[in-house]
Design a protein around this ligand. Structure first.
Ligand code: GRF
Length: 203
């Protein structure tokens, strides 16, 4: 299975996928990493792993439609089977999303549908939530609204800072994304009628 991974920053999720592939636990190949930010450390991670690292700097495009058209072209050149949003901090146009329906995945640091958007860990702490977590979902035009594939829960401890909670969540991220990609690689995971289907069972 050919993966194209989109990043904006550190790339810890990208690194988890690289590590699983190198350990031969994930039968896939990352055909390219694309970042919207030139200084994303994830680009270094890609280069260190011998993966084509592409920067499409969004500040060099007039507007969202132009950027997404360039992004779609760069992805189509790579001919991936699945596009993996991993810390990719841009809102995608419906046209872009609809071009890759069923093969666009995202990881979001909350128990969706709770806390769509940003600053999810601080919001959970401020609300006094006793648990928080991460969701991997198919991407649809609705921001953080696509069908959820899998979630993982972590406890929120008294006095947790957003950083401490984020680290606990990211431990789960590094576990979940490779697992979902292994399902996709095995042809077990599809999106149908806006639902995630694993082994013909609706998730
Ligand atoms: C992660 O916390 C993830 O939940 C969110 O973006 C953050 C950074 O991801 N999607 P990464 O370290 O760049 O993969």
């Amino acid at each position: 299975t050919k993966l194209c991974v989109l990043i904006s920053g550190n790339g810890s999720n990208l690194q988890a996928i690289i590590d699983e592939i190198e350990a031969e636990r994930l039968p896939a190949k990352i055909v390219g990493v694309i970042s919207n930010r030139p200084n994303a450390f994830g680009l270094e991670r890609a280069k260190n792993a011998g993966i084509p690292a592409i920067c499409l700097d969004h500040t060099r495009y007039e507007d969202r439609v132009d950027y997404d058209a360039a992004l779609q072209g760069a992805i189509e050149e790579l001919q991936p089977d699945v596009i993996v949003l991993a810390g990719f901090m841009r809102i995608l146009t419906p046209e872009f999303v609809n071009a890759f329906t069923g093969k666009l995945l995202n990881i979001h640091p909350s128990l969706l549908p709770k806390y769509k958007g940003l600053n999810t860990h601080q919001r959970a702490i401020d609300n006094g939530d006793k648990e928080h977590g991460v969701s991997v979902h198919f991407v649809t035009p609705e921001l953080d609204g696509g069908p959820v594939i899998i979630q993982s829960r972590v406890p929120v401890f008294e006095g947790d800072s957003a950083v401490e909670l984020a680290e606990r969540v990211q431990e789960q991220e590094r576990r979940l994304y490779p697992l979902v990609l292994s399902w996709f690689s095995a042809g077990r995971l599809t999106m149908r009628n806006n639902r995630a289907i694993l082994d013909e069972q609706e998730l």
